[in-house]
Design a binder for this molecule. Structure first.
Ligand SMILES: Cc1cc2nc3c(=O)[nH]c(=O)nc-3n(C[C@H](O)[C@H](O)[C@H](O)COP(=O)(O)OP(=O)(O)OC[C@H]3O[C@@H](n4cnc5c(N)ncnc54)[C@H](O)[C@@H]3O)c2cc1C
Length: 391
């Protein structure tokens, strides 16, 4: 069994009702792309700690980047179920290297929702074609959960902002051509009103990138530190209004959290599928490991819990489409499904025995790759904090 093998999914207990034939046609394109262009290169990308730059252009050519953008801005004008399909297909091949969804479904939305017509025209078509790779830089060495505590400043000097500070753990950071950077533009008593979002081109003088960080898992994903030393950007690079950074960050937060839940439930399906294949062919005491009651009960439990998670996530996706998903429902999905994924992957490693600890097996890669889901996108503790506030 190699890391390139895509396991046959375990049959769902309930039909999914979200997708039309058009969606499934799009899925076929996405599946081909992930199977042929992404899955085979994981090892190489893990060594170099980022995907090949030309993959962004290939994804763009196939219409797989920023597909929900309107056509006149380079997208295909399709609904978010297409984004869901891309995330599911990424999880289906166990890919943890590509950072397309952050670029297409987070960064692009900031520009679409808050950009000036000139910013939209300048960035969005290039993002959709893959000519430009983007990142969003909020976390700093000294603060992550508490975004009001950021120290990176942007001071207005004449017609320019001068940016100083550092960001850490930034997805797509190494390859990015542009980053949306959370900066402090004020010193007022209300911390949240001091935060603004700035568009910063990677070739600006004083903007440097660290080497990709050595992570526990997701080793093929380029995640790095960004440094800003007297980086001058024109006033026109401000995204939205000064001091409105927090409000802007809130607008799509429910969707951004659901993105993690979507990838986690699909990741759990992948982990179960690869484990079912393994335990059916592995023998112990003259019998397939799948035949032991413990194995069957573990598989039954996981299949049930994943199905329950799937129903919740699909319901949330429906609510996203109707623009009715509440923040607390999204937080619940993010924390509960990412916890579930960790539990499932841990059990699946156990069912693999020693091979489950060997990185050539997809489940071992999943074990180290999936842990971060409970940390990024707002830690699971922060999710519970937010849910508790709405009680
Ligand atoms: C692989 C990866 C990719 C990432 N990509 C990006 C990216 O693209 N852009 C970006 O900006 N950031 C990114 N991050 C950063 C990520 O969002 C932060 O790591 C995360 O928000 C937590 O912040 P922190 O690391 O500073 O932890 P801290 O905030 O220092 O938290 C430490 C611990 O304290 C807990 N804690 C903190 N506050 C509370 C509280 N009020 N109540 C209870 N417990 C609390 C946390 O839950 C955690 O357990 C990425 C991180 C990883 C690992």
């Amino acid at each position: 069994m190699s890391t390139l093998h895509v396991p046959k999914p375990v049959a769902p207990m309930m039909p999914r009702t979200l997708f039309t034939e058009d969606h499934e046609a799009f899925r076929a394109t996405a599946r081909r792309f992930f199977e042929t262009e992404i899955a085979p290169h994981q090892e190489k990308w893990e060594e170099q700690q980022h995907i090949d730059r030309n993959l962004w252009n290939k994804a763009g050519e196939l219409g797989l980047l920023c597909c929900t953008l309107p056509e006149d801005l380079g997208g295909s004008g399709v609904d978010r179920l297409h984004s869901v399909i891309l995330m599911e297909e990424q999880a289906r091949v166990g890919d943890s290297a590509s950072g397309f969804s952050l670029h297409s479904d987070i960064v692009a939305n900031y520009i679409l929702n808050f950009g000036t017509p000139a910013q939209k025209q300048h960035w969005l078509p290039k993002m959709a074609s893959g000519e430009v790779v983007t990142a969003i830089a909020m976390t700093e060495p000294g603060t992550g959960s508490d975004l009001q505590g950021i120290q990176c400043t942007a001071k207005l000097e004449g017609d320019e902002y001068v940016i100083n500070g550092a960001k850490i753990f930034i997805t797509n950071g190494y390859l990015c051509d542009m980053a949306i950077v959370a900066v402090k533009t004020g010193e007022g008593a209300k911390g949240s009103a001091n935060v603004s979002l700035m568009i910063v081109e990677a070739d600006r003088k004083g903007f440097t990138k660290g080497k990709p960080l050595k992570k526990v898992g997701m080793k093929g994903q380029d995640t790095c530190e960004l440094f800003f030393e007297d980086v001058r950007v024109p006033k026109a690079n401000l995204l939205g209004t000064e001091g409105m950074g927090f409000i802007m960050l809130m607008k799509e937060l429910a969707w951004e959290r659901m993105m993690i839940a979507i990838m986690c439930v699909s990741g759990a399906e992948f982990a179960l599928a690869t484990t079912v294949e393994y335990v059916k062919q592995r023998k112990a005491f003259g019998k397939p490991v799948a035949s032991f009651q413990n194995t069957r009960f573990k598989l039954a439990e996981m299949r049930s819990e994943i199905q329950i998670a799937r129903v919740y996530v699909d319901k949330c996706i429906e609510l996203v489409l109707a623009k009715k998903l509440t923040p607390e429902a999204a937080c619940a999905g993010k924390y509960w499904v990412s916890d579930l994924l960790s539990r499932v992957v841990d059990e699946c490693v156990q069912l693999h025995g020693g091979y489950g600890y060997m990185l050539e097996y997809p489940i071992a890669k999943a074990y180290i790759d999936t842990r971060a889901n409970r940390i990024y996108g707002g830690t699971n503790e922060i999710m519970k904090e937010l849910i508790s506030r709405s009680i």
